[in-house]
Design a binder for this molecule. Structure first.
Ligand code: NAI
Length: 251
């Protein structure tokens, strides 16, 4: 027993990639999962996949950049399954990799709205109910771009911001029993990387992958297992930590 079974988890960006893999993993370990995303069709598919494996999940269409949407997400979670014990704030977009001076204010705002304000919206709602309920564990998806310049300017800034929010939340809510950590994936084989490869060229992605000591992309499931570990009792003394999952790239 690692404390996941019987719990309630919220996963944003749960319609694809890392979010879907994490939702499936939470469900496989016995949590009831609320998956949230802007993509209603793929979100329904995540629920189908979880149910086909005997798990329990509910979809709530949510735009994480919209504070009202996120408030409804947490409210619906409480109404459906009870106060969340775990959350993965993971929805994100890559933005453009063009040089800073070639990007517009709109480019900047969109990435910050989803990646950083989205995590802010989720944290404020989740922390309030978890603290009232005696505790919980939250993981925010940052990136190696949260620790280095591994991406476009708005993306890098947003992911550094996610680590800052993670640390602030961990410091403030530890006494209330809420642990808050971040995961910092390297190149993980998802649709986001397919899109980045279209924009930057397959060769660039290949060079990044070949610069990793493990010489391969990661799989979404490899991030999912770290997320579930960070929410489990196995990591009971870990909080405020940005966990790098990158095949050794940052080394
Ligand atoms: P993905 O593109 O496969 O999935 C992202 C999901 O987020 C999609 O289902 C999308 O519809 C959803 N989403 C986008 N905007 C949203 C919004 N405003 N509200 C709700 N949902 C929204 O991408 P992937 O790779 O699974 O990425 C997940 C997270 O991991 C992102 O935060 C990303 O920045 C981060 N990450 C990904 C890496 C990779 O190599 N794939 C590396 C490091 C971090």
């Amino acid at each position: 027993m690692n404390g996941i079974e019987g719990g309630v988890a919220i996963v944003t960006g749960g319609a694809a990639g890392i979010g879907r893999a994490a939702a499936e993993r939470f469900a496989a370990e016995g949590a009831r999962v609320v998956v949230a995303d802007i993509d209603a069709d793929d979100l329904a598919e995540t629920v189908d996949l979880i149910e086909a494996d005997g798990g329990e999940a509910t979809a709530v269409e949510t735009d994480v950049s919209d504070a009202d949407d996120v408030a409804s997400l947490v409210e619906e979670t409480v109404d459906t399954y009870g106060v969340p014990d775990f959350a993965l704030n993971n929805a994100g977009i890559e933005g453009s990799s063009a040089p800073l001076a070639d990007q517009s204010l709109e480019d900047w705002k969109r990435v910050i709205d989803v990646n950083q304000t989205g995590v802010w919206n989720c944290l404020t709602e989740e922390l309030a109910v978890m603290a009232d309920n005696g505790g919980g564990a939250i993981v925010n998806t940052s990136s190696i771009a949260g620790l280095s310049a591994a991406g476009g300017g708005p993306y890098v800034a947003s992911k550094h911001g996610v680590i800052g929010l993670t640390r602030a939340a961990a410091a403030q809510y530890g006494p209330a029993g809420v642990r808050v950590n971040a995961v910092c994936p390297g190149v993980i084989d998802t649709e986001m990387i397919d899109r980045a490869s279209d924009e930057m060229g397959e060769e660039t992605i290949d060079q990044i992958v070949q610069a990793k000591p493990l010489r391969r992309m990661g799989e979404p499931e490899e991030v999912a297992s770290a997320v579930v570990w960070l929410c489990s009792d196995e990591s009971s003394f870990v909080t405020g930590h940005p966990l790098v999952i990158d095949g050794g790239y940052m080394a």
